[in-house]
Write a protein that binds this ligand. Structure first.
Ligand SMILES: Cc1cc2nc3c(=O)[nH]c(=O)nc-3n(C[C@H](O)[C@H](O)[C@H](O)COP(=O)(O)OP(=O)(O)OC[C@H]3O[C@@H](n4cnc5c(N)ncnc54)[C@H](O)[C@@H]3O)c2cc1C
Length: 383
């Protein structure tokens, strides 16, 4: 196994860094750090992401995709976390739409989504359906040429700035009393949807919302995928997303590490630089170890997916370890800075809050341990 980047991967990484410096960071810097970005700003960012070729990486090359997951991860690791979370919601939804809708619907929606002119999201979680995504109760009623959605979704990334939702719901119960899952594409320009932004601890330039569908009417042709495939498409997406989320945290932990190293060299206490004190060197060594081990686990999980092998356990392990390792790494980087570490001015406390956010989506740590445990033992301990 060799994770040294190839020449072409180095070029992708450099291109991503340039795009962040020239096109993405300036947009983020023009807006308050603690308020959701306006939609116009998001569209500016999406234009840059489309130019970079990462708005549909999981699609086949002939329809605008064709990146393998490890290459995608290497690029994503260079992006600010608030942007990469939005992007994975968007492009994950693009992949879900592509895998389940008739050709005419794909032709109508995918070009704008891939070009970054429109934004997509996936609405699955509900008040009583979080970790247990099978408990989704959003009702889809089909009548003639239309379907009607009624339900309340929670914690939906991109919802307040999106054009299109991929919504999971239920058509009712089958003969054995089990809910029949169904996905629906909801085009915001065709029906009323109520969206309310939720205030949270981190990633505050991003968008996390509650969404209410009240008899939202959609064309029947917008019911996508086969009835019952909703859970499967979500799981495939989550397996890919988990190590990607780990890399989003690594982007932040790496920044914190570099700041801590610089500070330790210039700040003096007891007559010498902090960096010359053994316990400070131990903190720096610990941060680097956390970062490198987490990064290798994430790359390994993405590479496992690229090789077509089962990645449920490896992906879960990568996200659980990386989110915790990065939170600890940033905490230690703050310690190295003393009181400066907790100032808003320095920005480390914001990275710490942002990192904390990633322990929740696409599987909380307890759930990820259960997924890995099921892979190890062959026994499910969920219920
Ligand atoms: C930044 C962010 C982005 C998100 N984006 C989206 C999105 O785009 N679309 C979307 O649909 N959702 C999204 N979510 C929602 C997210 O997927 C859910 O919040 C998550 O699945 C957890 O659900 P919950 O909050 O209801 O917690 P719960 O499921 O209530 O879990 C609470 C606690 O109980 C534990 N627990 C639950 N069941 C078990 C069990 N069987 N055994 C042991 N422990 C258990 C959990 O590990 C957790 O610690 C997002 C959330 C965040 C924070």
């Amino acid at each position: 196994m060799n994770f040294a980047p190839t020449e072409s991967q180095e070029m992708m990484i450099d291109a991503a860094k340039r795009m962040v410096r020239d096109r993405i960071d300036p947009v983020l810097a023009r807006h308050p750090v603690d308020k959701p970005l306006p939609r116009a700003a998001m569209l500016e960012i999406y234009a840059a992401l489309a130019e970079l070729g990462i708005t549909a990486p999981r699609l086949p090359v002939e329809v605008g995709g064709g990146l393998n997951m490890l290459d995608y991860g290497l690029i994503l690791e260079q992006l600010p976390a608030v942007v990469s979370l939005s992007l994975t919601s968007h492009e994950g939804t693009v992949a879900r739409i592509y895998s389940g809708c008739p050709a005419e619907i794909a032709a109508q929606y995918l070009p704008d989504l891939i070009a970054g002119r429109k934004i997509a999201c996936t609405a699955n979680s509900e008040v009583n359906a979080g970790s247990d995504s099978n408990a989704v109760r959003t009702r889809i009623r089909v009548e003639g040429d239309h379907a009607y959605l009624t339900g309340r979704k929670m914690w939906i990334t991109n919802a307040s700035v999106c054009d299109v939702f991929n919504v999971s719901g239920t058509l009712g119960n089958d003969q054995r009393g089990r809910p029949m899952a169904q996905r629906a594409l909801v085009d915001r320009s065709l029906c009323d949807v109520e969206v309310r932004e939720i205030e949270v601890t981190g990633l505050q330039q991003g968008h996390l919302s509650e969404v209410v569908f009240d008899e939202a009417r959609i064309p029947r042709s917008h019911l996508i995928g086969d009835a019952g495939d909703a859970a499967k498409t979500l799981t495939v997406g989550w397996n890919g997303n988990r190590p990607l989320i780990g890399l989003m945290c690594l982007h932040m932990a790496q920044k914190a590490f570099e700041q801590a190293v610089e500070y330790a060299k210039v700040r003096e206490q007891f007559g010498k630089p902090l960096a010359a004190h053994q316990l400070v060197q131990q903190d720096l060594a610990e941060i680097e170890t956390l970062i490198v081990s987490a990064r290798l686990l994430c790359y390994h999980a993405l590479d496992t997916i690229d090789r077509g092998q089962r990645a449920n356990g490896t992906s879960a392990m990568a996200k659980r370890y990386a989110t915790q390792a990065c939170e600890r790494a940033i905490h230690l980087a703050m310690q190295v800075h003393g009181a400066m570490g907790i100032t808003a001015e320095l920005g480390l406390e914001r990275l710490w809050r942002d990192t904390r956010m990633f322990q929740v989506p696409d599987g909380m740590n307890g759930i990820l341990a259960l997924i890995q445990g099921r892979e190890i033992t062959g026994i499910s301990a969920f219920r």
